[in-house]
Each structure stands twice: as structure tokens, then as C-alpha cells.
Design a protein around this ligand. Structure first.
Ligand code: MLT
Length: 234
């Protein structure tokens, strides 16, 4: 699935869903959990985030963006580099973003839900190798396909097939994503940098965020949904 807007209950119900938003929502979540956050709560609106904070007391960080900028009244923008251990240890991160958190919420009917990015692609693929009926969800951008999420989808598919020896019954969409990744893997940024959201982040001077989000397999962590919250698999 190439965008949150294509996620329907029927497409995910009873299946293992994996949500990908390389730039930057799922990269932020994986980083926060790796650096000591207790959990991530995906919400759809800033009001929902403020409400959560009001009802749940202290040790809560509000993180998110609209048009890639920080939301007024929030603690942090949607930047993985803000999720340092000193900021996030033992905190609950409440997040709302334009696409990534929407994809997660749209996939509520999934039997299990994992959060993937280039950072933890290999760790996630290792878990998925033991499952069947997996649906990879690229969050996309404003309802449309994005290059970077599709490349990550292709990377995970390729890991599952080539390295973990999982003989998958790939859909045409998964085959296409895998082939896109294989063709681009020597220089992922050359292709990804032509994408619209990549260029938006670059125009805002977020080069360090982008570079970080393309650090393949730099984090050994599986992130998944437990009782409606995103946590690290211990
Ligand atoms: C999103 O969820 O739309 C993105 O993470 C936007 C961003 O780059 O902050």
C-alpha cells in the first residue's frame, strides 16, 4: 500500500501491518524508543495531543509537525535529532504528523502492527520473516506515493526474500518496490532526493535529519503496537 489514504479496514483486518514513514515520522518513533522513551502515542490532531497531556499528567512530550514545522504549544518538531536520550528517557511521546500517524491510525484493524524505517529495517524484517500475510504500508505524502517510503518497502521486501530466505508470494506492488530498491541501492539518495517531500525538508535546511533517516540498519530495535501504544519489543 503506497499511502495512508489507501488503507481501509478490509485491507488490513486480521493481517500483520508494517507502517513506514522514512521522512520522518517512523524514523522519529524508532529513535525515541531506542533512546529511552517509554512509548509513543499516535494521535490525529494537535487537540487530541493536548487532551492526552491534560488527562495523563507529567512526563509527556508533544512531538509533531504540520508542513514540516513545529506545532504551536508542542515540545518538539518531528525531528529524529531532537529525540536525544536526555530529552526522551522515561517520557511518553505523543505524536501527530501529516502522514505517518494517520497511516498508523488507519491500520487500527490490523492483527499486529510494526513501525519500520530504514533505521530498523533489518530488525523488523527478522521478525516479519516468521510471519505470513504481511502488508507493508508506505505512509506516502498527502495521500500520494513517495519515493523514500517505497524504497524502504523495497528494502524490507528484499531482505525478506534474499537474505532471510522467505519465499514470499509477492504482490505486483511489492515486486515493483523491491525492484526499485535493487536498481537504486548503490545510491539511494540520488533517487530519493528527487522526491517532493525530500525537497521540502531540504528547502527548510533539514539536511541532517535526511541524512540520519537514511542510515540503514543503524538501530537494532523492533517497534510494535501493544494495547494501542507503540513500544519497543524487549
Ligand atoms: C509525516 O508524517 O507527514 C512526516 O513525518 C512529515 C515530516 O517530515 O515531518
Amino acid at each position: 500500500i503506497f499511502s495512508w489514504s489507501e488503507v481501509t479496514p478490509e485491507r488490513v483486518k486480521g493481517r500483520i501491518a508494517v507502517v513506514i514513514d522514512v521522512l520522518r515520522a517512523t524514523s522519529v518513533m524508532v529513535t525515541a524508543l531506542n533512546n529511552g522513551a517509554l512509548k509513543v502515542i499516535p494521535v490525529l490532531t494537535p487537540d487530541e495531543a493536548f487532551e492526552y497531556k491534560k488527562n495523563n499528567g507529567k512526563d509527556i512530550l508533544l512531538v509533531g509537525e504540520r508542513h514540516a514545522d513545529i506545532i504551536e504549544g508542542f515540545d518538539f518538531s518531528n525531528s529524529p535529532l531532537d529525540m536525544s536520550p536526555i530529552s526522551v528517557t522515561n517520557q511518553t511521546v505523543v505524536m501527530t504528523t501529516t502522514n505517518g500517524t494517520k497511516a498508523i491510525r488507519a491500520a487500527e484493524e490490523a492483527k499486529e502492527l510494526y513501525i519500520a524505517s530504514f533505521l530498523n529495517a533489518r530488525s523488523t524484517a527478522q521478525i516479519l520473516a516468521q510471519q505470513d500475510d504481511v502488508v507493508l504500508i508506505a505512509s506516502g505524502s498527502n495521500g500520494s506515493f513517495t519515493m523514500e517510503d517505497t524504497l524502504c518497502m523495497g528494502y524490507i521486501t528484499n531482505l525478506l526474500e534474499s537474505e532471510l530466505g522467505n519465499a514470499l508470494g509477492l504482490t505486483d506492488a511489492a515486486l515493483a518496490a523491491r525492484q526499485l530498491f535493487i536498481n537504486a541501492q548503490q545510491n539511494l539518495l540520488a533517487l530519493a532526493s528527487q522526491g517532493k517531500h525530500y525537497r521540502l525538508l531540504k528547502s527548510k535546511g533539514l539536511d541532517d535529519d535526511i541524512r540520519y533517516c537514511f542510515s540503514l540498519d543503524s538501530i537494532n530495535l523492533v517497534c510494535y503496537r501493544k494495547n494501542g501504544e507503540i513500544v519497543a519489543l524487549k
